[in-house]
Design a protein around this ligand. Structure first.
Ligand code: HEC
Ligand code: HEC
Ligand code: HEC
Length: 492
């Protein structure tokens, strides 16, 4: 939590001085008070521990009328709109919570783990991705929970989190509308920069997504072992077996140790992404994994022609499933090493299934049984078990809301894009809220890996801008949510 700012106290003082001035000098321009107001309502600039400067509210050029706002008969603007009228610095979750990920990670309530840090900034939009009906079973509506938590918080009134206007859009979240209502954000119909991409970035096991309630208590126990540094249990691996059952010619039991020693392992780079990822989110990562191709086991057991669904069962009862036809183009691996090291407890030591292009619901931990079932069985699973359920996603990994960039200095904005079973064919950038897009092609990308994009810009004007990014999949689908960051360009 950030300490509360002292604007509340200043507020009274400033109003008093305006009134006094008005009484004394009528309506003439008040240069002295203008100065005071501008200084008092200067947007807050914070230098983070990592040295990055953050100014969440754009600076306004207060003496000049802003281009294009079409207001007639207006006196010289002597009151900052953002910080005085809109109280922008005091609004939105980040006015009080420096980092929402920390907020949910440090609550007394044991919130599902979301702590894999790949550089993205957690926004309230990400909370809503999960806390939405139909996503995960949640007893209370998100607004309901957040209202309750803050009901006793001094200073948290409706306008701390909401924006309402006469447009009939009800109580919108300030964080979702602020870029449209704040003054001083400059637009441009072209985005100039140098674009690069690769598909190589890998992250550590700690940075891979891992939600600790997937297998209920067992996940909590597995996570605890990683957190407490409990040594990996070699006996457990040595005695681990995987059975193949169901519609096969020969039901078989495989020893993991034997497979590791004698079957041909494959090492490849693959993405793991949560079905709940949503745009801009951190619930995605890529690693170099080593495992035994599932097809090697199925070939030995002999899948019968009626077999249509591969059910993947964990020793703790968790179960995932996918269409067996996927195996013609996507080779699932029984992974026992990540980045050349034994798989950690939290990811399902000694063995986890990884399905290229799939989402984490099929990345079953501690796999103990593979059952071949009829095709219809897959229909009884929720739609997110289908490989084409997940849509393109993008995120910024080194640009946070309000970040200050230096005028005239190149800055490389970085992020990821992933479209699950589709290749990513282009990245698009906009500096005018999505009116116009500048397209950068990403030719020859492969599906099982994410796209690490990098756009080097050299801002020449001291303004605030909002950079929006989206990714275009090979089937022309683009990500659904708005992913954008405001940045402030300042002279050195
Ligand atoms: C005006 C300041 C303010 C704003 C704005 C604000 N919060 Fe809070 N929030 C607080 C304070 C203070 C607490 C601690 C309340 C307590 O412990 O009783 C809190 C607690 C929380 C908690 C519970 C943390 C815990 O330890 O149990 C969550 C979750 C949370 N806020 C999320 C949000 C989200 C999401 C938003 C934006 C929609 C938001 N907050 C906006 C001040 C604020
Ligand atoms: C990956 C999905 C996911 C994301 C993202 C997520 N949550 Fe949750 N959250 C859950 C689940 C699941 C529960 C448990 C719900 C239950 O027990 O009914 C939960 C519970 C909570 C609770 C306790 C109240 C309750 O209904 O049980 C609070 C408060 C909360 N989340 C706040 C947040 C905030 C704030 C964010 C954004 C920073 C966030 N969550 C992001 C999945 C998520
Ligand atoms: C700490 C932040 C916070 C405060 C303070 C707060 N709200 Fe909310 N409110 C939320 C969040 C978060 C949601 C859920 C938005 C969503 O799910 O899209 C919400 C949802 C709502 C909704 C439903 C809006 C819709 O169209 O879906 C209404 C109405 C609402 N709030 C009214 C209020 C009123 C009135 C107050 C003051 C008494 C208030 N809120 C104070 C955070 C807050």
């Amino acid at each position: 939590m950030k300490p509360k700012n002292n604007r509340r106290i200043l507020w009274g003082v400033v109003l008093a001085s305006v009134c006094a001035g008005a009484l004394a000098c009528g309506c003439a321009a008040q240069t002295e008070d203008e100065g005071t107001l501008m200084e008092t309502y200067e947007p807050k600039l914070v230098i983070r521990e990592d040295g990055v400067e953050i100014q969440r509210t754009p600076s306004e050029n207060l003496s000049a009328s802003e281009e294009g706002d079409g207001v007639y008969h207006k006196p010289v603007r002597n009151v900052p709109k953002n910080t005085f009228y809109l109280k922008a610095d005091d609004r939105g979750c980040n006015a009080c919570h420096e980092d929402l990920l920390d907020t949910v990670s440090t609550t007394e309530y044991n919130h599902p783990k979301l702590t894999n840090d790949i550089g993205t900034e957690t926004t309230v939009q990400q909370c809503i991705t999960c806390h939405t009906e139909g996503q995960v079973t949640i007893a209370n509506s998100f607004g309901g929970i957040i209202h309750g938590i803050h009901s006793e918080v001094e200073d948290a009134d409706c306008w701390s989190c909401h924006y309402a206007s006469e447009d009939g859009n009800d109580m919108q979240l300030w964080d979702n509308v602020k870029h449209q209502v704040m003054h001083g954000i400059h637009t441009s119909d072209t985005v100039e920069g140098t674009f690069n991409f690769n598909q190589d970035r890998i992250v550590s096991q700690d940075q891979l997504p891992n939600i600790n309630w997937q297998g209920y208590e067992n996940d909590y126990l597995r996570n605890e072992k990683t957190e407490s540094g409990a040594p990996l249990d070699q006996d457990m691996l040595d005695n681990w077996t995987i059975t193949v059952t169901g519609m096969v010619d020969n039901e078989m039991t495989f020893s993991l140790k034997d497979l590791i020693e004698n079957a041909e392992s494959v090492t490849t780079t693959m993405v793991e992404a949560c079905v709940e990822i949503g745009d801009g989110n951190n619930l995605i990562g890529q690693a170099e994994v080593t495992g035994i191709p599932l097809s090697a086991l199925l070939e030995k057991a002999g899948v019968q022609p009626e077999g249509g669904t591969v059910m993947v069962n964990s020793s703790d009862g968790f179960n995932g499933a996918f269409d067996i036809n996927l195996m013609k183009t996507h080779e699932p691996l029984l992974v026992y090493q990540i980045n050349g090291e034994p798989i950690q407890w939290q990811h399902g030591y000694p063995v986890q299934l990884w399905l290229p292009g799939g989402n984490a619901t099929t990345f079953v931990k501690q796999v103990s049984n593979i059952e071949i079932a009829p095709a219809e069985v897959l229909e009884s699973y929720p739609p997110f078990y289908l490989i084409d359920f997940c849509k393109p996603v993008v995120g910024f990994t080194n640009l946070d809301e309000g970040q200050v960039l230096k005028k005239g200095e190149p800055f490389t904005v970085e992020g990821y894009a992933y479209a699950f079973s589709q290749p990513v064919k282009a990245m698009e950038f906009s500096l005018d809220g999505g009116e116009t897009w500048t397209r950068c092609d990403t030719p020859d990308t492969v599906t099982d890996k994410w796209v690490n994009w990098a756009l080097t810009i050299t801002p020449q004007e001291e303004h605030a801008y909002v950079l929006r990014v989206r990714c275009v999949a090979a089937n022309d689908m683009v990500n659904e949510d708005v992913v954008e960051k405001m940045f402030n360009v300042k002279a050195k």
